[in-house]
Write a protein that binds this ligand. Structure first.
Ligand code: PLP
Length: 350
């Protein structure tokens, strides 16, 4: 705001790749947080993390080429692949919703995957990939010489004293790995619509060219706000406070859910979601406003919770797993307790 008022310094077009000073700050953050050296040149500012994913798919995929999306996945990945005229291929995880390198290798080979994408910490599951898992994924990526997009937008929220690990820091991945990240979750500012991409210089160059013809680069006042946020001690503390609250909410909510007959939930290790399996409740019936309903899908279960528990979840189907439902834990501890008690009461009636 202040910068906007200072003689309109930010009114004109800026560099399409983004403010060099901001890119320099992000370069330092990457060194500190994931232990890799990416110069300001290797980073581009995008219109949200979503804008980064979208434009990367257009840069990396040719028409009809396959992108491997590790399930469960963030709902936007398949759509961004389709918008780039690519073909989404869904790659199954194991029962604990963790990546399964042996299966992954087969599927990457079998489907002639060109680009692999995942989020860790994961939306929707809260799974955080371990260093070993990342190394195994990196080995497949290297061997097949394909691209991997690591969406680390929830990196600020890793629980249980664990450390966030990035595939960018696995040796030999520089030529194949691309990071997408941004301030939306870290500082709770998704409305800013700003993010960044770091990766091989030729990818950043192509992305910048494309960005020049689609949106001319991210908003300059937002880049200014981002610079302030990434250098602010207060903002860092706010992320830390949020992480503690999300972790407390995850512990209470998931423990409570696992006491409900027919619901089982893995413990999230990061992000701010719970993603329980509810398929055991399929086939159950309930009554609402004089009508009987049968639960056969995650959409039916979502509607059941809205009607009978006044709790909003997002059905698992668009995340690639219909037997599941996603709840956001980015709320107060009181809301978590109330939601849990309402869910318990509602499911008892099934
Ligand atoms: N990546 C993941 C995994 C997300 O869950 C989200 C938002 O929910 C985004 C990216 C989008 O971030 P942004 O709001 O910065 O576009």
């Amino acid at each position: 705001m202040q910068a906007l008022l200072e003689g309109g310094k930010l009114h004109k077009y800026g560099p399409v790749q983004g403010d060099p000073e901001l890119r320099g700050i992000l370069s330092q953050i990457m060194s500190q947080e994931i232990g890799v050296r990416y110069d300001a040149e290797d980073i581009a500012i995008t219109v949200g993390v979503k804008g980064g994913v979208d434009i990367l798919m257009k840069v990396l995929l040719g028409p009809g080429e396959n992108a491997g999306i590790i399930a469960p996945f963030w709902v936007t990945y398949p759509e961004s692949v389709r918008l780039a005229h690519g073909v989404p291929c869904f790659l199954e995880s194991d029962e604990a919703l963790r990546p399964d390198p042996a299966r992954l290798r087969k599927e990457v080979e079998g489907n002639n995957i060109r680009v692999l994408v995942y989020s860790s910490p994961s939306n929707p599951s809260g799974v955080v990939y371990t260093e070993d898992e990342l190394e195994e994924i990196a080995e497949i990526v290297k061997e097949k010489d394909i691209w991997v997009i690591a969406d680390e937008v929830y990196a600020g929220f890793v629980f249980g004293g664990r450390k966030h690990s990035s595939i960018l820091s696995v040796e030999g991945m520089r030529g194949n790995a691309i990071l997408v990240d941004g301030p939306s979750k870290r500082f709770g500012v998704p409305g800013w619509r700003i993010g960044y991409v770091a990766g091989p210089r030729e990818v950043i160059g192509a992305l910048t060219k494309l960005q020049g013809h689609t949106n001319s680069g991210a908003s300059r006042p937002e880049q200014c706000a981002m610079r302030v946020a990434y250098t602010s001690q207060k903002a860092r503390q706010a992320t830390n406070d949020m992480r503690q609250r999300y972790e407390r909410n995850a512990n209470v909510f998931v423990e409570g859910l696992n006491q409900v007959d027919g619901i089982s939930c893995i413990k999230p290790q990061g992000a701010f979601y719970a993603f329980p399996c509810i398929s055991q409740l399929f086939g159950r019936e309930y009554e609402f406003a004089g009508k009987r309903y049968l639960i056969e899908t995650s959409v039916d279960f979502r509607n059941f919770l809205l009607r009978k528990a006044q709790v909003a979840g997002v059905e698992g189907a668009p995340f690639g797993m219909d037997g599941y439902i996603r709840f956001s834990l980015a709320t107060s501890e009181e809301n978590i307790a109330k939601a849990l008690s309402n869910i318990k009461d509602a499911v008892k009636e099934l």
